[in-house]
Design a protein around this ligand. Sequence first.
Ligand code: GAL
Length: 825
Amino acid sequence: MLPRLCLWLLLLAATAFGVGGTKVAYNDRALVIDGERRIIISGSIHYPRSTPEMWPDLIRKAKEGGLDAIETYVFWNGHEPRRRQYNFEGNYDIVRFFKEVQDAGMYAILRIGPYICGEWNYGGLPAWLRDISGMQFRMHNHPFESEMETFTTLIVDKLKAANMFAGQGGPIILSQIENEYGNIMGKLNNNESASEYIHWCAAMANKQNVGVPWIMCQQDDDVPHGILNTCNGFYCHDWFPKRTDIPKMWTENWTGWFKAWDKPDFHRSAEDVAFSVAMFFQKRGSLQNYYMYHGGTNFGRTSGGPYITTSYDYDAPLDEYGNIRQPKYGHLKDLHNILKSMEKILLHGDYKDTTMGNNNVTMTKYTLDNTTSACFISNKHDDKDVNVTLEDGVTHVVPAWSVSILPDCKTVAYNSAKIKTQTSVMVKRPEDGSTQSLTWSWMPENLQPFMTDEKGNFRKNELLEQITTSGDQSDYLWYRTSFEHKGEGSYKLHVNTTGHELYAFVNGKLVGRHHSPNGGFVFQMETPVQVHDGKNYISLLSATIGLKNYGALFEMMPAGIVGGPVKLVDPATNTTTYDLSNSSWAYKSGLIGEHREAHLDKAGQQWRSLNGTIPVNRPFTWYKATFDAPAGSEPVVADLLGLGKGVAWINGNNLGRYWPSYTAADMGGCRQCDYRGTFKAEGDGLKCLTGCNEPSQRFYHVPRSFLKAGVENTVVLFEEAGGDPTRVDFHTVAVGAACAEAAEVGDQVALACSHGRTISSVDVASLGVARGKCGAYEGGCESKAALAAFEAACVGKESCTVRHADDFRAAAGCDSRVLTVQATC
Ligand code: GAL
């Protein structure tokens, strides 16, 4: 019998080395999990961009979509908003998030960063880092490295304590340190320090003993020891990792793109995403992560990046509200199933790439034990379909910009350009506006104390930088000064600012407002002003709209009226009469309503209402109303059309910044959309954009958990620019129309509604290509037999499947066998 102490030691060792846990290793072909090479399909869901109540549903949908893993960044400035004051509550409950992933039976990928980019305020770095002396961001220096290590260790320890790493039986199979450092390394002045820093990152990470591999993305040169480098981009098939003994992994396949206040919506087609994934696995890919699988929402002022809208929908397979986006979701799910069925041969087989004719067409054959084979044929032509004849003499047509997958090298089981899944059109209900009218009350933001320069936190004879001065605890910073003038006078007030937004008051009167066009940060404001005899006051309110998050030395980009100049210019001669840049300026961060937490609707606040009438188009005004939550489980949105710019809260929960008065630019990409050809998010050749010349964001997600059923709910708005809240409305969002196409007799056609809604009618069942778009098909060549079959199988059901039958015929002259169906939910 073993003595007690020995038994105890054995037990301790077993826990430490993860007996009972999962072992994650790797070779040149794949991650090796418990001895098995594995294809991993993963998707990004950022926990703060949804609510804990949404997590299980999002994760379940990801799993049903054929995903094995959920990936997330860690959000340093959300977790540590003030130095050593931590937040792991609510949508920052990172352990709960990973437990949900584990409960769903999925793996997790932990991207700590803690610099994360991610269209997140300041790239995730807390603004208080700036206050530490000697601090140089993302370089080899003790102040930064020590803070980064403290935070990284805190996160790792928290996750270890909850047994979240694979070796402990938890879901986490990979972890990332830093983010795309390779993209900026060459642009930093001190290459040596940059190199030392990235090597320090690797050593610090490896010291954490997490028991799973550490990765770095976009770190193709100077890859530190013990690090696996990975690819990010719209396409990664031609990329290979630095070392030959590590697998080819793709950490960010961008499923769409983020939206900025001045930009229309980006859409990356299901065909193109599928094409990129299929190409990647054709060329030895083994792990692929969709960035984003669910983009979600930037709730609150610290979540969004510079000029990034509150919506972070990203055109992801799950939409901002958590709805399934079809056909993207289903088309990728079909692809995942095929790839998973080929896991063994793709990760163990021998392979041969053969280019056919020219470099644009490649046939790849995987063979295993000389007995089984699997083939991919890719056609990178953006306008030419090709015929490819395989060894068996059979010719396959491969459409332009597509990949055909033949799991047995004989039959095409999947082509990335042929969508078999339904297309859903999401509708907002009620479609003609809310059934309830809200009664509003209002309260002015008290600007009076700021209309002179008497009061302030402190004074300085210069124009200070905003992030440092306010500590990024508020969007707003007041700059105030005064000057003596003899007699009356007319001038132009000239302010040079690094943004992002500016309001100017002279002697208590709003004289000008401006924001940096196109998110360009730096701008000048010039506005005519009248001054009077004696003392005149100038009050400038500068506001930030999310801090810069990307680029070499992004953290050095100042905000606010730093340095100015602020001048009064003689309009006749255009010469400066008064340069006020070095006057005595008084500073105050934040608004009074913010300090008083007006959004919490506490007792004692002076809400006013005269029989329900309120002032509209009045800047700096708080509004409040009560409303009933829409019944049911469908996601809810607030329609904020009519408002200017500000922030909205529901029952004290921040919905994020709103700015429906900002119209998206008119870009050529709104007028062309062909999925064939390289997808881009910047520069020339943009395509498939929508929403040009429309409010860049009109609808704002109200998660169900923010709402209370059966009791009054409160909406509070802080309207900064002036708007009309009486038009504010609430809607639900769910599938309105479901359409599908079947190319051949025998194909199964599946249709589904969402949230328990049933199909109320089948509107179109037509042979030949129906004209128009899903939701508004005009039909033509109707098949009575098909219509009858779909009506019988679908009406009154949440979902249905009907086989395209030979006796589905239309009138003479309608020769096509392509069946198009449209149903209404
Ligand atoms: C990548 C970055 C991500 C995100 C993405 C664009 O370069 O790693 O964090 O910013 O671009 O959405």
